[in-house]
Design a protein around this ligand. Sequence first.
Ligand SMILES: [Fe+2]
Ligand SMILES: [Fe+2]
Length: 156
Amino acid sequence: MSYKITASEKALLQELQINEHISKMKTYPHHGEVTVFDHSEHVVITSLKIADLLCLSEQQKKNIIIGGMLHDFFLYDWHKGRIRTEGIHCWLHPKVALKNASALFDLNNNQKNIIRSHMFPATLLHPPTCAEAWIVSLADKLCAILEYFNTRSKNT
Ligand SMILES: [Fe+2]
Ligand SMILES: [Fe+2]
């Protein structure tokens, strides 16, 4: 996939990434040595490549950048307790991420759906309902696998 992020997409991504709350994701480890921040960027770039192949619109790509960067915006270290007082991290974190993101940003319905449904089919009651959410959910799984294997291969 030879897709190159456009200047306006890059500007939107950077605008999000310099946000003080989003920057906090740099302090939380996620998959292997990859932080939640770097994983989220990886998911955005991978999703944009898929979106470009499928000829999605500029607005849909914008939704992917915002929803993708915020899909894991749960702001805690899940390694320090997968079972939290509110529930198990795997099922809980999309709900927490959406709550945190909605408190800071005025999200449209597709951006909300991207965040809430990204763990589908683990979250069966919250399926993707738009192309952008299906793409981010797929890219999330691909990126997580690559991140685990890259860290493992570095350490062996
Ligand atoms: Fe997630
Ligand atoms: Fe993720």
